[in-house]
Design a binder for this molecule. Structure first.
Ligand code: BG6
Length: 289
């Protein structure tokens, strides 16, 4: 079966060798593999060996979904929530699946439930689409506002942990972009053509290009995003990661988070409307990490 669900996890197995795994918990994609160099499938996502996968806390790795607030809540309507909101710690439903031979696609949904209602009183409906082809992965979040008269406002982000050699990666094109540097809490403008993450990096870029990429000698990843005006680049380095109980030792050497986002401003969805944001991820041919 190209798509099957087992023990709270949806598996997509493409006939051309690519695959993905999505936990119902948080709709967290925890694995995406493709065949890069003609032999064994290569894993492109980082999942900490100490990640907790039993549904008791957000997953350290893969693609946790951030909704409806980014970081600690900054608005009264989000004040009862923990950092990054509830989407990554709620159990989603598998609502739809399809396979046309080229693309395997699943739709996961999340709607208000008593646990969400205890921290958030706005009506909403979320659909998360994960699709893979032989060479690509698509992640699309759709947010519907069913309220008859109130606008729904939120922040959201695809918190993607890519497996990559931290020392060697360079992200572009970010030169000239405004960014909020969360390590110093200052607003800055990027002057580097190629951005590295060799020091603690937590940068929230605005006015991001539709296509971003990061490369290292012999490989890389390209991300095409739709409707995400911002891009977060994050690597915690030892100073932050060593305090995370679910980060494997030296884990920060093996990943880079590049996160299409809508966080510098709040997305506004009119009554009855739907917003959607999407990333398409491609590997840049070459040696894998
Ligand atoms: C990033 C934020 O997106 O997520 C960081 O910019 C944050 O500030 C990081 O530390 C990880 O967050 P968490 O809650 O998963 O530890």
């Amino acid at each position: 079966m190209p798509i099957h669900i087992e023990n709270g996890k949806v598996r997509l197995d493409h006939p051309k060798g690519s695959s993905a795994e999505v936990l119902l918990y948080g709709a967290t994609v925890i694995s995406w593999k493709t065949i890069v160099d003609g032999s064994e499938p290569t894993e492109h996502l980082f999942l900490s060996k100490k990640a907790v996968l039993d549904g008791s806390r957000a997953v350290r790795g893969g693609i946790p979904l951030v909704f409806p607030c980014f970081g600690p809540p900054s608005r009264p309507e989000h004040s009862k929530m923990v950092q990054h909101g509830f989407a990554r710690t709620e159990t989603w439903k598998l609502a739809k699946q399809s396979d046309d031979g080229e693309t395997l696609e699943v739709h996961l949904t999340l709607d208000p439930n008593p646990s969400i209602e205890s921290v958030y009183d706005k009506p909403f409906s979320l659909t998360y689409v994960v699709a893979i082809t032989e060479k690509t992965m698509v992640n699309e979040l759709r947010v519907t506002n069913p309220h008859p008269s109130d606008t729904l406002e939120f922040q959201t982000l695809l918190h993607t942990y890519f497996r990559a050699p931290m020392e060697d990666v360079r992200v572009e094109p970010l030169q000239g972009k405004p960014y909020f540097d969360k390590t110093t809490m200052t607003e800055r403008v990027e002057n580097r053509e190629l951005v590295d993450v060799k020091t603690f990096t937590d940068s929230v870029y605005g006015n991001a290009e539709k296509k971003s990429k990061f490369t290292w000698p012999g490989g890389g990843i390209e991300i095409e995003s739709f409707n995400y005006p911002d891009l977060v680049v994050w690597n915690p380095q030892e100073e932050v990661a060593s305090k995370m109980t679910d980060m494997e030792e030296y884990g920060w050497h093996h990943f880079l988070c590049v996160e299409p986002a809508s966080v510098r401003d709040f997305v506004k969805v009119t009554p009855g409307g739907t917003w959607s944001g999407k990333q398409i991820v491609y590997t840049i041919p070459g040696r894998s990490h």
